[in-house]
Ligand binder design. Structure first.
Ligand SMILES: *[C@@H]1O[C@H](CO)[C@@H](O)[C@H](O)[C@H]1NC(C)=O
Ligand SMILES: *[C@@H]1O[C@H](CO)[C@@H](O)[C@H](O)[C@H]1NC(C)=O
Ligand SMILES: *[C@@H]1O[C@H](CO)[C@@H](O)[C@H](O)[C@H]1NC(C)=O
Ligand SMILES: *[C@@H]1O[C@H](CO)[C@@H](O)[C@H](O)[C@H]1NC(C)=O
Ligand SMILES: *[C@@H]1O[C@H](CO)[C@@H](O)[C@H](O)[C@H]1NC(C)=O
Ligand SMILES: *[C@@H]1O[C@H](CO)[C@@H](O)[C@H](O)[C@H]1NC(C)=O
Ligand SMILES: *[C@@H]1O[C@H](CO)[C@@H](O)[C@H](O)[C@H]1NC(C)=O
Ligand SMILES: *[C@@H]1O[C@H](CO)[C@@H](O)[C@H](O)[C@H]1NC(C)=O
Ligand SMILES: *[C@@H]1O[C@H](CO)[C@@H](O)[C@H](O)[C@H]1NC(C)=O
Ligand SMILES: *[C@@H]1O[C@H](CO)[C@@H](O)[C@H](O)[C@H]1NC(C)=O
Ligand SMILES: *[C@@H]1O[C@H](CO)[C@@H](O)[C@H](O)[C@H]1NC(C)=O
Ligand SMILES: *[C@@H]1O[C@H](CO)[C@@H](O)[C@H](O)[C@H]1NC(C)=O
Length: 722
């Protein structure tokens, strides 16, 4: 009997995915260079427009409008029924429903989990959400934007074919394996970066990145970061193949492949847009950006900016191509496969130029003693290998020569893209306010960490409001009235409960969309919060993720009862009132607001003339309480458990950078036909700090990276523009 079992087990493992030969390869991360371009005499890869006459990509219009008339109509009817619960006759609206978009902000894994928990509370597929009346808002949404951590949940939903949140995050025992956030992002096998499995992991990641560099595209710290993101949020990695090369771990999956995903083809999903900022090319800045920096968006069809001074878009399939005045140097100098899904999510989350702020010797998000310790270690290790250009996502500039009188990077060969929140706009509102998109309702799944307890305090919305009313005046809708300062967001309490902004526009059609604001906030019940975690926490025990999502879900479906700690039984109705309100003014004669909805709006709308008060929200606990105090780390470092974990993660990052930079240098040197490793050698000489943490000698290990690098097959080099 045991031998039969053994045989079965052997057979099982022989047949399992891990051992089957796979057509996928981690080297698929490398884009294809020198592919045929479309015929530039008849086709353009660039779309130009003006703020006054904005146009959207025809395929975007087709998708969104196509869904509106059928799928979204059905979803409204399924959500609101005949409307009588709200005091309306829905058929009176004659199908003129508002156009809704959802925005999921940045903030690392906290923001991703907050976005997920909130989405489950708005998803008609979740029983308790459906019962509360909140489940259904997701189904009527036409757009969904993500930034940084918010782009991870967005991308993950698409590349896993739009499953329920529960299946997406925790797996379904079948083809979905969940996010696996208990496996640390940068040292998945634990703190010892030199363990066999961590080394396998770095080896695979490096193999991808070097393949890209070898193809001739400049890489950066964003590339290994993107690969690590892919292991958790794309669909080719499970616990059995995590440390193997048996799948590509998403390396060959492209953002421009989204239109081929079944759920998208069936029109089940909103139209996704990812936001990234840009640092002026060659500027080398490590500081936060000003509002004038160009903001980009990435759709399944285009890489674009609706900022008035650019107002142009590029065909995403050809991203990575250096275009000048819309043309490549010749007909076979195009690039495809650059828009790798993980790289899009990594670009939106590329905040390295800000966290490695050597000019000020600080790491944002850490207290000063942690910061000093870590910066000291980073400095010692990176002194000889880090170059500034390595701290941004490098995108070949497709807009070279375009809008040269107004677009600042018009003369640049490369664009330097960074985290979408780098200009202070942590909520990806921009694309949802583009005039041509005509949104009526913008739902904010606000998981930003603004104050010292990692709760939002309006900073992102204030920043966007100001950019919309100045730089984007000609191209975007304005933001509705909001409290003017963070202090006002705190004192009015709007940052701790569901709030509707812009309920009473003076014009018809309304001069701004209605903003439904659903902030990460302490549990309404008065329980200890587990959702206000640090942006830089890169590991969560599964139990914490579970509690996190449940807590967010509960708050999302509950609304609030003034001066109490109980759910509002009418919140579902009130959310429906807000979502559908703009429909009243889309028909003539205008339907007046129902008394049921007016009552809701009195409680949930922000009225600048009669602001609410934080005091209506009693017993909210602000301080994070770790639900899994023992965490994952079995080791007590002399700095204490948490710091040790943190350092482990950061040493992992450092190993990435070191390895990556080793790869870059290898590539550059090879290109120059030189075989000396002067800078890496310096790096070897500086190995004492790591020994301090791991008790291992690093020098010999680093030579493994080179051995690995040398195993790469040689391919023809690209000698185009650089
Ligand atoms: C991946 O591709 C490289 C060369 O492109 C090849 O050497 C390697 O064997 C491939 N690996 C797998 C697992 O197919
Ligand atoms: C607006 O742009 C579209 C597409 O580029 C063009 O067909 C149309 O003529 C333009 N309209 C105006 C008023 O310029
Ligand atoms: C959707 O319906 C509107 C109004 O009924 C109509 O004008 C529009 O052409 C329709 N669009 C599509 C893509 O069917
Ligand atoms: C709702 O409006 C439709 C069309 O305007 C009408 O036929 C129907 O009788 C109304 N229903 C109710 C319950 O008033
Ligand atoms: C992963 O997603 C892609 C679409 O992006 C799909 O073609 C593929 O079948 C999925 N793979 C698994 C293992 O679910
Ligand atoms: C995957 O391939 C890379 C590059 O050859 C290597 O460094 C790494 O160790 C491999 N992983 C495994 C588990 O073999
Ligand atoms: C940015 O760094 C590059 C490379 O180190 C240097 O050539 C350039 O002058 C720097 N630019 C500025 C504005 O300091
Ligand atoms: C990108 O360009 C190719 C070649 O012209 C074309 O087939 C494809 O439809 C374009 N994609 C988009 C989204 O415009
Ligand atoms: C847009 O271009 C104009 C003209 O060059 C310039 O004055 C203005 O500052 C630019 N705006 C931004 C936001 O860069
Ligand atoms: C709000 O958040 C910002 C950004 O983190 C912070 O600088 C400010 O001190 C906070 N203000 C209040 C009143 O919480
Ligand atoms: C609905 O969401 C809750 C809270 O996260 C979760 O416990 C429950 O399993 C979900 N139900 C379904 C059917 O996904
Ligand atoms: C076209 O450009 C590619 C890439 O830069 C280059 O390899 C090729 O030689 C060029 N062809 C001609 C005819 O110039």
């Amino acid at each position: 009997m045991p031998s039969v079992l053994l045989l079965l087990a052997l057979l099982g493992s022989a047949l399992s995915q891990d051992t089957l030969p796979s057509q996928d390869n981690v080297t698929d991360y490398a884009p294809s260079l020198n592919v045929e371009c479309p015929d530039f005499s008849t086709t353009s890869l660039i779309r130009e427009f003006t703020p006054q006459n904005q146009t959207l990509h025809p395929s975007e219009v087709q998708y969104v409008e196509g869904r509106l008339n059928k799928t979204v109509q059905d979803a409204w009817n399924a959500w609101l029924g005949d409307g009588s619960g709200l005091g309306y006759n829905l058929s009176a609206f004659q199908g003129h429903f508002p156009k809704v978009g959802l925005a999921i902000p940045g903030g690392g894994l906290r923001a991703a989990q907050y976005g997920a928990g909130c989405l489950s509370g708005l998803d008609a597929r979740n029983d308790s959400s459906k019962a509360a009346g909140t489940g259904g808002l997701l189904q009527v949404a036409s757009y969904m934007t993500g930034l940084s951590g918010g782009s991870w949940v967005t991308g993950s939903l698409f590349f896993n074919n739009w499953p329920t949140i529960k299946d997406l995050v925790f797996g379904n025992g079948g083809n979905l394996d969940g996010w696996k956030l208990d496996l640390p992002f940068v040292s998945p096998d634990g703190d010892n970066v030199f363990s066999k499995d961590n080394q396998y992991f770095y080896g695979s990641i490096l193999w991808s990145v070097i393949a890209k560099a070898q193809a001739g595209i400049d890489t950066s710290i964003t590339d290994p970061w993107s690969r690590a993101i892919s292991y958790h949020f794309l669909n080719q990695t499970n616990r059995h193949n995590f440390f193997t090369n048996s799948t590509a771990h998403g390396a060959g999956q492209l953002w421009s492949d989204i239109p081929r995903i079944p759920a998208f083809q069936q029109g089940l999903t909103p139209f996704p847009l990812i936001v990234a900022d840009s640092r002026p090319s060659g500027d080398n800045s490590t500081a936060a950006l000003g509002p004038e920096s160009v903001v980009y968006e990435i759709s399944p069809f285009e890489f674009a900016s609706y900022d008035p001074n650019l107002s142009a878009a590029m065909n995403l399939s050809y991203a990575g191509t250096h275009l000048s005045n819309g043309k490549a140097v010749n007909g076979s100098a195009c690039v495809k496969g650059f828009d790798q899904a993980g790289f899009i999510m990594g670009t939106s989350a590329s905040l390295f130029n800000q966290i490695f702020d050597f000019a000020r010797n600080t790491l944002q998000g850490f207290d000063s003693s942690d910061s000093n310790t870590i910066v000291y270690i980073l400095q010692r290790q990176l002194r000889s290998v880090r170059t500034r250009a390595d701290d941004v996502a490098n995108w070949p500039n497709p807009f070279n020569g375009i809008k040269s009188s107004t677009f600042k990077d018009s003369g640049s060969t490369w664009l330097e893209l960074i985290d979408g929140a780098s200009n202070g706009e942590n909520i990806p509102y921009g694309p949802l306010f583009v005039k041509a998109r005509g949104l009526d309702v913008v739902v904010t799944l606000e998981g930003s960490a603004d104050d010292l307890n990692n709760w939002p305090n309006g900073t992102g919305a204030i920043q966007t409001s100001s950019r919309l009313s100045s730089i984007l005046r000609s191209s975007h809708q304005p933001f509705p009235p909001i409290p003017q300062t963070a202090a006002d967001w705190v004192s009015t309490g709007v940052r701790q409960r569901a709030t509707f902004f812009g309920c009473d526009p003076v014009q018809t059609p309304a001069e701004y969309p209605l903003v439904i604001y659903l902030p990460n906030a302490p549990p309404i019940t008065g329980d200890d919060p587990v959702t206000n975690t640090q942006t830089f926490d890169l590991t969560y025990p599964l139990k914490h993720t579970q509690l996190f999502l449940d807590q967010v879900h509960f708050n999302t479906i509950s609304g609030f009862t003034p001066n109490a700690n109980t759910p509002d039984p009418n919140f579902g109705i009130c959310l429906q009132c807000a979502a559908v309100d703009r429909a009243r003014t889309k028909i003539t004669p205008v339907v007046s607001r129902s008394s049921q909805c007016s009552k809701c709006f009195q409680q949930y709308c922000y009225d600048p003339l009669h602001p609410p008060s934080q005091s209506e929200l009693p017993n909210r606990k602000l301080t994070f309480k770790d639900p899994t105090p023992l965490g994952l780390s079995k080791v007590e470092g002399f700095l204490g458990e948490n710091k040790f974990k943190l350092l482990g993660g950061l040493i992992g990052l450092v190993a990435f950078i070191a390895a990556l930079t080793g790869g870059l240098i290898w590539w550059k040197k090879r290109r120059e036909r030189q075989m000396q490793y002067d800078r890496v050698k310096d790096f070897h000489d500086d190995s004492d700090t790591t020994r301090m943490w791991t008790g291992q000698d690093r020098s010999s290990r680093y030579s493994d990276y080179h051995a690995e690098a040398y195993e790469l097959p040689t391919q023809p080099k690209w000698t185009g523009p650089s």
